[in-house]
Design a protein around this ligand. Structure first.
Ligand code: BGP
Length: 471
């Protein structure tokens, strides 16, 4: 597929891919690493635990060599808080620092830009015991962790992402195993949005600190953003779509960029006596922080209608891309125009373009795609091949829409789909694969852990070599 009539991808566009520490590394309690909430959670039935994952901790050199073979310009990974600070605060684990130094240096050896996520769903278990994000001290815990990262890795890491999918932590925390509600909580909605508030303040302070400590570096948020469509042109459905857009998307970006609470969300929370309490200085902290770019994950759009009274009060149900709705605000419906993945997520490449256009109109900042991708069952053939034409098609269609968006005037920094290598899904185990690199293991049988480039990996190599001209 060629896109000759469209504007080209910018020079130095970050073609790469993503992973997160707890899903890819394994070695979850090795070399001094402390447990995170992911290591102590109940493993969803029928899925692997997180002790080995893709064993990237021991195979990172081989993995980065394969990324280099595909021509990656960037690799987005996260740093496990508990590898650096096993208890979340206090003593630093030197072996954790050493591991990420080695990982970063290995990327740089091949000219691959390390893009580092500071927090990807892995709250230290020790901090969970101290109230997790409900504890107002969580802001300082995170800022302390951030300062250690900037100090140790800031000489080489130029691109930082604060909190991965804070909106999903807030909206679907239970399914990704991250929600801790202190005992005795009576207003759960208020507690969740108080946690969300602490994360927003923590993010703001980390952005300011980054600019102070590392004037050359760039930092941004990484929420999961996907435009929400009204089911019909019925005005009530349009209001429902605005509600969901405000709750799911704009709350997070209005806050990151402008330091203000979205009015629709604020007034919805008010109805339930659930608006967060501000500590002295919070407002200034949020207003003073400015991201250099917007990192965002996109999987698909959502479609909603007005709630007809059938939606139960459940603001934390569903998964990242599917939910029933929120009572009085919106009701999720199926979009008949879209196909679905084998795991039930709708597929909407054109919605990608629409989402990028909308974000650019609202915030006028360069954007970095930090996730996008197709979770599927893959098969390794006898001769060591993975024919994942379905993934190629998905990525092709989405990259094409980025180019359309660039042609519309959007400023795009890079594309880092999920995932560089097969890893463990948030709640569907090893069988839901996303990688360009296949890892030979099953859900429970650890296999050989040998790596194979999938057909999509060979295809991506060609895309990168042509800077997106040859899809
Ligand atoms: C995002 C997360 C990732 C990742 C991806 C795919 O929400 O940031 O950690 O796992 O979705 O989701 P899943 O693993 O549920 O298929």
């Amino acid at each position: 597929m060629k896109n000759e009539k469209l504007a080209s991808f910018p020079e130095n566009f970050f073609w790469g891919a993503s992973t997160s520490a707890y899903q890819v590394e394994g070695a979850n309690l090795e070399d001094g690493k402390g447990p995170s909430c992911q290591d102590v959670k109940e493993v969803p039935e029928g899925t692997s635990d997180l002790t080995v994952c893709a064993d990237h901790y021991h195979h990172y050199k081989e993995d980065i060599a394969l990324m280099a073979e595909m021509g990656f310009k960037s690799y987005r990974f996260s740093i496990a808080w508990t590898r650096i600070l096993p208890e979340g605060t206090g003593e630093i684990n030197q072996k954790g620092i050493d591991f990420y130094n080695d990982l970063i240096n290995e990327c740089l050896k091949y000219g691959i830009e390390p893009i580092v996520t500071m927090f990807h769903f892995d709250m230290p278990a020790a901090l969970d015991k101290r109230g997790s994000w409900s504890n107002p001290d969580s802001v300082e815990w995170f800022v302390n962790f951030a300062s250690i990262l900037f100090q140790n890795f800031g000489d080489r890491v130029k691109y930082w992402l604060t909190i991965n999918e804070q909106n999903m932590l807030t909206l679907v925390g239970p399914v990704i195993g991250t929600l801790t509600i202190p005992e005795g909580t009576t207003n759960v909605l208020k507690e969740i949005y108080q946690q969300n508030h602490h994360m927003l303040v923590a993010q703001a302070k980390a952005m300011v600190l980054c600019h102070e400590m590392l004037p050359e570096a760039k930092i941004g948020p990484a929420p999961n953003i996907s435009l929400v469509y009204p089911a019909t042109c019925k005005p009530e459905d349009v209001i429902a779509a605005q509600n969901f857009n405000a709750i799911r998307n704009w709350l997070y970006l209005d806050m990151a960029v402008y330091g203000i609470y979205n009015a629709i969300v604020w007034n919805w929370l008010k109805k339930y006596d659930a608006t967060p309490t501000f500590a002295p200085g919070d407002e200034d902290a949020m207003k003073n922080a400015h991201p250099d770019f917007i990192g965002f994950n996109y999987y698909n759009t959502a479609t909603v209608a007005a709630d007809d009274g059938s939606i139960p009060f459940d603001p934390i149900g569903g998964d990242q891309q599917n939910s029933n709705g929120i009572a009085g605000m919106y009701k999720s419906v199926r979009n008949e125009y879209l196909g679905k993945t084998e795991f039930g997520w709708e597929i909407d490449p054109v919605g990608f373009r629409a989402t990028i256009r909308e974000m650019y109109s609202r915030y006028h900042l360069p954007m970095l795609v930090t996730e996008n991708g197709l979770g599927a069952y893959d098969t390794l053939t006898e001769d060591g091949k993975i024919h994942d034409q379905y993934r190629i098609k998905y990525l092709q269609d989405h990259i094409h829409q980025i180019q359309e968006a660039i042609n519309d005037g959007a400023e795009m920094l890079g594309y880092n789909p999920w995932s560089a290598i097969d890893l463990i899904s948030t709640h569907e185990g090893m069988k839901k694969r996303y990688g360009f690199i296949y890892v030979d293991r099953d859900e429970f049988d650890l296999g050989t852990l040998k790596r194979y480039l999938k057909d999509s990996g060979y295809w991506y190599k060609k895309v990168i070599a042509s800077n997106g001209a040859d899809l």
